[in-house]
Write a protein that binds this ligand. Structure first.
Ligand SMILES: Nc1ncnc2c1ncn2[C@@H]1O[C@H](COP(=O)(O)OP(=O)(O)O)[C@@H](O)[C@H]1O
Ligand SMILES: [Mg+2]
Length: 235
């Protein structure tokens, strides 16, 4: 790719019309992310974190400005192209895990691969690798209801990473977890970031996970307030 940035936003603006006034959720956001970054969006509730992740993930479009993701301007993509970008190249992790309850852990992780044309044997290898990475290979046959919150989020990480996407976007991945599980989730994400060189961009306002960030982007009222590289000498 000619562009060194996996993600580049240019004067990104998102405005929600609210009857007689409008709400500015993103206000000229200019950010770039390179391959292999482990970056956190922090900021209070309502600061625009989810809106930004949704636009970068091609789940939403900007009102003005541009988001270039893997060489594609998301605001110009057709539905088909934007689905293709998500299906092939972007993994998502949500605050509420979003596992399909009637399917097993194995089937939940396999799900994104069904959208790609792949042999059953290749799928099986990728699913089992992903479950190994998150330490849940022995729970492949369980249903989500038989798992703890921490285990459920690890399954969601396996599902996000199974196709080895370039980018994983995670919206408050630890918001529903206790301290121990929050640390475990961040350690798992960090290990996958290092071993697979996957770019992680996630939002959080959880103090417990801020220590794991290598780049901390603070949003305030839809603007980038600070963008700091963090020296991770803690280990
Ligand atoms: N679909 C929507 N319609 C109207 N306003 C919205 C919508 N989604 C988000 N907002 C508003 O945009 C602002 C940013 O929201 P959001 O991106 O969810 O922030 P955060 O994730 O940091 O809490 C908030 O003021 C929120 O109320
Ligand atoms: Mg949010």
């Amino acid at each position: 790719m000619e562009n060194e940035f996996l993600i580049q936003t240019e004067d990104l603006v998102k405005i929600y019309p609210m009857g007689d006034h409008s709400l500015v959720a993103l206000d000229h956001v200019n950010l770039t992310f390179k391959k292999g970054e482990f970056a956190g969006l922090v900021g209070p509730s309502g600061s625009g974190k989810t809106t930004l992740l949704n636009i970068v993930g091609s789940l939403d479009t900007p009102t003005e400005g541009s988001a270039l993701v893997l060489g594609e301007k998301v605001e110009h993509l057709s539905h088909k192209k934007s689905a293709e970008l998500r299906n092939k190249h972007i993994g998502f992790i949500f605050q509420t895990f979003n596992l399909l309850p009637v399917y097993t852990v194995y089937e939940n992780v396999e799900f994104p691969l069904l959208l790609l044309h792949m042999s059953p044997a290749d799928r099986q290898k990728l699913v089992m690798d992903a479950l190994e990475w998150v330490g849940l290979a022995d729970r492949a046959k369980s249903k989500p209801s038989q798992l703890s919150g921490g285990q459920s989020q690890r399954v969601a990480i396996a599902r996000a990473i199974v196709k080895k996407p370039e980018i994983v976007l995670a919206d408050e991945p630890t918001a529903n977890l206790d301290a121990e599980n929050s640390h475990h989730i961040l350690q798992t994400m960090e290990r996958l970031n290092r071993t697979l060189q996957t770019t992680f961009v996630f939002s959080t306002h959880d103090q417990k996970v801020i220590q794991y960030l290598r780049r901390k982007i603070t949003l305030l009222d839809g603007k980038v307030d600070k963008d700091e590289l963090i020296d991770t000498k803690r280990n």
